[in-house]
Design a protein around this ligand. Structure first.
Ligand SMILES: [Zn+2]
Length: 230
């Protein structure tokens, strides 16, 4: 079971960066909840905990203590930038530590996957001495998803569809970095029961399809022909 700790930055009395009518704490939380939902709906073999799933105040050490006590395998902190700039960048801890190479390798996968999902300028893969990167006992990275005080970036961040793309980039990046498996495709029936559909062939000639159905019937299987346009 891969344990993923998602950390939407700031919250409660700490709004983080603000600009263009937006608060960083709200965007971080929206993105993180979407990342959680995508991973839980589409992947398996993992467990997710969040530093917060609502608008609460929480110290940095409370966040990293929780992830360390849980024994998380990966810590991902989600933020929005400010201060004059545009685009996306990611960080790992800038110290010397065992596992730095692996930390960087995982970050590179996540960073590159996010860049494939959003049309943000790539500001690069960076290192910094941030608390959540330094005090975590497992590989950790922090993403800065656009500049809240840049009008073009803020315009994007106001769109829920764009936040979905950012979240998908994070989710798919985490899944690839940590080797999560995609869930089996299931067909949800209206009554809520799940059925698995088995396909034994598709045929251009109806005659051949009929033949296959007959073969299956002879072998004791119930089957039917489903017509579709190729
Ligand atoms: Zn922040």
């Amino acid at each position: 079971m891969v344990k993923i700790f998602l950390d939407p930055g700031h919250g409660g009395s700490d709004p983080g960066a603000t600009g263009n009518g937006l608060k960083e704490k709200d965007l971080n939380l929206k993105i993180a909840l979407k990342v959680r939902d995508i991973l839980n709906n589409e992947y398996e073999g993992h467990d997710i905990r969040m530093s917060r799933n609502s608008d609460i105040t929480k110290s940095l050490s409370a966040r990293t203590d929780e992830a360390n006590a849980w024994g998380a395998n990966y810590y991902l902190s989600i933020h929005i930038n400010a201060g004059g700039g545009t685009g996306f960048e990611s960080f790992i801890y800038n110290g010397n530590y065992p596992g730095k190479q692996e930390t960087d390798r995982l970050r590179n996968i996540i960073h590159d996957t996010i860049m494939q999902h959003v049309d943000f300028q790539d500001r690069g893969k960076k290192e910094a001495n941030f608390h959540v990167l330094r005090e975590t006992a497992m590989p950790a990275s922090l993403t800065e998803n656009g500049f809240i005080d840049h009008s073009n970036d803020a315009q994007k961040l106001k769109s829920d569809a764009f936040l979905n793309k950012i979240a998908r980039g994070h989710a798919v990046g985490l899944a690839e970095a940590l080797g999560l498996q995609k869930k089996e495709k299931k067909t949800e029936q209206p009554n809520g029961e799940i059925y698995y559909r088995v396909i034994t062939g598709s045929f251009k000639e109806k005659e051949n399809a009929d033949k296959r159905v007959q073969e299956l019937k002879n072998a004791g299987f119930d089957s039917f022909i489903d017509i579709f346009k190729g």
